[in-house]
Design a protein around this ligand. Structure first.
Ligand code: PNS
Length: 162
């Protein structure tokens, strides 16, 4: 049994995240989506509970995927859940420096390896921070997030203007 972690802030989950989670679920027996409790980013939009609820709804069709949360070090969560690997999506070269540094730090801390999956090019511009900003100012992000996320964004900010 091989277990993978897909970690992140997921504020909110985007179609790009979902694509990575779906593809990871094909290669591992079990996948745990690990949601960080307090994202470093100052302007969190959704609470931990909301972020987890949305993730559970959008991954309901994937039998081997569950959703958990952590605070502190990701490698501690990985040890507690006997995870074998961390899986991350890489959108562009600009992601690579920081992701490589984190992968090497995590490997150094407990020996856990990180696998990278290339993001589908149709999602390579997508980031939760941009989705939050565009939605906040009335832009239409309906093609970028799952329908359940769009519904919550409309509840927060109203129907998109564009
Ligand atoms: O979606 P994000 O915000 O890009 O996710 C980043 C996240 C949560 C995966 C990363 O910040 C993380 O793993 N934080 C946990 C703290 C930790 O373990 N730090 C050491 C990693 S080198």
């Amino acid at each position: 049994m091989a277990t993978a972690l897909c970690p992140g802030s997921f504020d909110p989950v985007t179609n790009g995240h979902l694509d990575i989670i779906e593809r990871t679920s094909r290669y591992f027996d079990e996948v745990i989506v690990a949601v960080i409790r307090n994202p470093q980013k100052s302007e969190a939009l959704f609470t931990l509970e909301e972020r987890q609820e949305m993730l559970r709804e959008v991954t309901a069709h994937l039998d081997n995927v569950s959703v958990g949360s952590f605070k502190g070090l990701l490698v501690e969560f990985a040890k507690e859940h006997r995870a074998d690997a961390i899986v991350k999506g890489l959108r562009a070269v600009s992601d690579f420096d920081y992701e490589l540094q984190m992968a090497q730090m995590n490997q150094n801390l407990t020996g856990i390896d990180t696998f990278f999956i290339s993001t589908n090019p149709k999602y390579s511009f997508l980031a939760s921070s941009l989705v939050r900003e565009v939605a906040r100012f009335g832009g239409d992000v309906s093609s970028m997030v799952p329908a359940v996320v769009m519904k919550r964004l409309v509840e927060r900010f109203g129907e998109p203007r564009s």
